[in-house]
Design a protein around this ligand. Structure first.
Ligand SMILES: C[S@@+](CC[C@H](N)C(=O)[O-])C[C@H]1O[C@@H](n2cnc3c(N)ncnc32)[C@H](O)[C@@H]1O
Length: 227
């Protein structure tokens, strides 16, 4: 299921991911996205891939300081528009873990980002599927998941799994089409902040960044995994 985890880091080559999509490639991507939306509208949760303005805003909101071998995890990358923006913003493909549940989109992502670790899995299992030793070394989880159309229990499981793998000062970046926060901060022990608004997206979207509320931060790294 997991690919590429053991490959050594190589200097960033943003070529494939950062170059603008050729029109034919873009059409193929849109057609794939539409087919997957027709098959599972609620799971896909958007009628089109994120527009470049939203993808850039998500990438800018992500902490991309990857010292100490930290990683960036993306949940629900779809056809990879946010992924491309992350690479263009300087995240080496080798430091990206992409978690996509749809096998057609997973296969597409493997072709688009051959040096990333592309996992065919459910975001709820994030802490179980990360390569050994990488939990706690994730600086940002970037989520394009349709959190508002998921059952509350599933949404909460995903958020908890994300914060189990994030470093102590790590954050979760999520967009929403609504006005209020896409997450109930108090109930989940988080603080949330609106960090960007992308008007040039269909529909316009707001980007939020969530961190552990101060009382929820483990006093010591070992507190994350008491075992
Ligand atoms: C809104 S789409 C992603 C859009 C993407 N950012 C883009 O611009 O192309 C949401 C994605 O989340 C995936 N997804 C939904 N629930 C998931 C889950 N529990 N685990 C992993 N992926 C999931 C869907 O298959 C879909 O690809």
């Amino acid at each position: 299921m997991r690919r590429g985890a053991s490959r050594p880091d190589t200097p960033q080559r943003a070529d494939a991911a950062a170059r603008p999509c050729a029109p034919r490639h873009r059409r193929t991507e849109l057609a794939l996205f539409l087919r997957r939306w027709l098959a599972h509208p609620l799971r896909i949760g958007a009628i089109a891939p994120s527009a470049p303005a939203l993808a850039r805003a998500m990438a800018e909101a992500a902490r991309t300081d990857l010292t100490n071998g930290n990683l960036v995890v993306e949940l629900g990358p779809g056809t990879g528009s946010v992924t491309r923006a992350l690479v263009a913003a300087g995240v080496p493909e080798e430091r990206l873990v992409l978690v996509e549940r749809d096998r057609h989109l997973h296969a597409w992502l493997e072709g688009q980002f051959p040096r990333a670790n592309v996992l065919l899995s459910d975001a709820r299992q994030l802490d179980e599927i990360l390569p050994v030793g990488q939990a706690g070394r994730v600086s940002t989880v970037v989520s394009s998941l349709p959190l508002n159309s998921l059952p509350r229990s599933e949404r909460d499981e995903i958020v908890r799994a994300a914060f189990r793998v994030l470093s102590d000062d790590g954050s979760l970046v999520q967009y929403t089409y609504g006005v209020p926060s896409p997450l109930p901060c108090e109930a989940l022990g988080l603080t949330g902040r609106r960090v960007a608004f992308a008007a040039a997206n269909l529909p316009p979207a707001t980007v939020w960044r969530f961190s552990r509320a101060p009382a929820d931060r483990p006093a010591h790294p070992s507190a994350r995994n008491p075992d």
